[in-house]
Ligand binder design. Structure first.
Ligand code: FAD
Length: 553
């Protein structure tokens, strides 16, 4: 089976109470997942513990772009550009099922064409520095060509545009597949296990853990602990050294989701906000999302929310570049907000702070990684492993993770979902599977889709849970049995991104999802009700800013 086994969570908890691990990673976002995979594939014994669900923090709330690092060019961070560009290629190689190549249009406005020349020079340098293959190099469009390519663009003072391919991913599923890979290489991986204490005894690190499901406490032991807790990095450091000075500057970014029929764009479009920051729209299936903001944040970390002010900032900017689009808060069908765990740089506003990662080792030996990007997680993991290997006093051979595919990433010669769909393997399965289900399973699970279908005993279970909703009973069961989904929110928000893209659809099917999960996990009626209340509260809070907009209108 290409994922977790049905009893994986219990077995991992049991291993945590018994074994001594070389490395224990705290945090099941992309940073921790990357370290876990890297370490497990080099042959270290490894455990990863996540306080909530995998990717429940920032790693399910990014803009979902595998950036080539063009933005860092402007900031003069050439090594970061090279790294991001290389990693973009690696990710496409190891996870082709999770990467969609999508054109990005950057219109340039002004009295003269100076801005367009500057952009062209930057992109030419970028293509060279980043080793962009010929078919992916940028093109410059005249104003007429730009409008022909994107008829919704404002025309006044439009000088032209640049067009280049951007990679779009599903961040939460990238985390999950990376963790599955670590698990398949022998790692003990567990969600809903919170680190509550860090100590030392008999030459080992001791890690106090609370199983958030049972409330039971246990102590794990490891030679080295890696703190990959994203926005919670400072809280973890405080468990190690109560006087440690905070390293992070948290910055909030939000996204608004529209139906594609309300915002009928042909490609992603980059637009200037009123303060000059670039914002963008990204089409994704039947939806288009608009992002993002970059504002200092000091509120609660678990569920940052969109404010009316955040939404106003994005909507105002969008209306300037796409003036004929008559949409506002009422057309928003989904939202999400995330916190960037940036490494503090005194005196700099969030948008100017470097996106580089920083690795530090405390006097007691806690390895902390802060900052970084989804795009560069694999290289970050390599660097963390070097630090950990020094502490372990061991040479660690490279794991070759840039070449070894993630589960689901073996799509055959074309390494392309469409080519796979028309392949013989898919054809055989398609005889009894509805095409829309097959397409969705391939886009989500890649080459593992046939194995997942082999577990389906009743073809009717592949039907959507409600009309037009891209989720079936078979997928919910799979998420519980083989992807360690433990709550309704886990299924509706991260195994599938339904609730962040189409909140009302997710609310419609939440009771059916709760019924299925109750059957799988043996929930009582009371537990089922608690789950639905939690989901209701979360999804209401997500859209509450619209009421504030209505009141001030
Ligand atoms: P997280 O994903 O937050 O993971 C940390 C985990 O640690 C959490 O799941 C948390 O529950 C867990 N944890 C905390 N405390 C404990 C504890 N005591 N015990 C156990 N577990 C604990 N990058 C890109 O490359 N491309 C983009 O398009 C992009 N867009 C972005 C847009 C926005 C709005 C934001 C906010 C970020 C964006 N990023 C992007 C950056 C990227 O998303 C982050 O760098 C990355 O997701 C951070 O991952 P992480 O694993 O470090 O943190």
């Amino acid at each position: 089976m290409p994922g977790f086994e049905p009893n994986s969570r219990a077995r991992s908890l049991e291993r945590l109470s018994r074994e001594v691990f070389d490395l224990l990673v705290v945090g099941g976002g992309i940073t921790g997942a990357g370290v876990a995979r890297e370490a497990a594939l080099t042959g270290l014994s490894l455990a990863l513990v996540e306080a909530r669900d995998f990717a429940a923090g920032t790693s399910s709330r990014s803009s979902k772009l595998i950036h080539g690092g063009l933005r860092y060019l402007e900031q003069g961070e050439l090594s970061l550009v090279r790294e991001a560009a290389t990693e973009r290629k690696s990710l496409r190689r190891i996870a082709p099922h999770l990467i969609v190549v999508a054109p990005m249009l950057v219109p340039v406005y002004g009295r003269t064409a100076a801005g367009l020349y500057k952009l062209r020079a930057g992109l030419t340098l970028y293509d060279r520095l980043a080793g962009v293959p010929a078919e992916e190099r940028h093109r410059i469009l005249s104003a007429e060509e730009a409008v022909a390519s994107e008829p919704l663009l404002a025309r006044g003072r439009l000088q032209g545009a640049a067009l280049y391919p951007e990679y779009v991913t599903d961040d939460a599923r990238l985390v999950l597949d990376t963790l599955k890979s670590a698990h398949l290489a022998g790692a003990a991986v567990v969600n809903y296990a919170r680190v509550t204490a860090l100590g030392a005894a008999d030459g080992l690190r001791t890690i106090g853990l609370r199983d958030e499901e049972s409330g039971c406490e246990l102590t794990a032991r490891a030679r080295v602990v890696v703190n990959a807790a994203g926005p919670w990095v400072d809280a973890l450091r405080a468990l190690d050294e109560p006087d440690a000075r905070p390293r992070l500057h948290l910055s909030k970014g939000i996204h608004l989701v529209f139906r594609a029929r309300d915002l009928p764009l042909r490609q992603s479009v980059v637009m200037p906000a009123l303060d000059g920051r670039p914002i963008f729209t990204v089409p994704r299936g039947p939806f288009v999302y608009l992002g993002t903001t970059d504002t200092s944040y000091a509120g609660p970390l678990d569920e940052p929310l969109v404010s009316a002010e955040d939404a106003h900032y994005l909507l105002t900017a969008m209306r300037r570049t796409l003036p004929s689009v008559a949409i506002g808060p009422r057309e928003v069908v989904g939202t999400w907000a995330g916190l960037r765990p940036l490494v503090r740089q005194e005196g700099k506003p969030p948008s100017e702070i470097s996106r580089r990662d920083e690795i530090t080792v405390s006097t007691s030996g806690l390895v902390t990684i802060a900052g970084g990007k989804l795009t560069t997680y694999r290289r970050m993991a390599e660097r963390v492993l070097k630090s950990a290997a020094r502490l372990l006093g061991r040479a660690v051979a490279p794991a070759g993770t840039a070449q070894r595919r993630l589960p689901g990433g073996d799509l055959g010669p074309g390494q392309d979902v469409d080519a796979y769909l028309s392949s013989r393997v898919a054809e055989r399965v398609m005889q009894w599977v509805p095409r829309d289900a097959m397409e969705r399973l391939l886009a989500t699970h890649g080459s593992d889709a046939p194995e997942i279908l082999a577990l389906v005993t009743d073809p009717a279970s592949l039907r959507p849970l409600a009309e037009g909703v891209p989720l079936s009973a078979a997928e919910v069961r799979h998420a519980v049995r083989h992807e360690m989904a433990r709550t309704v929110v886990d299924v509706l928000e991260r195994r599938s991104p339904l609730s962040i893209f189409a909140t009302e659809s997710a609310r419609e099917v939440a009771p059916a999802v709760a019924d299925l999960m109750a059957g799988e996990l043996g929930w009582s009626a009371e537990r089922r009700a608690v789950e639905l209340t939690a989901f209701d509260r979360l999804t209401r809070a997500r859209l509450a800013w619209r009421d504030a907009c209505a009141m001030s209108a």
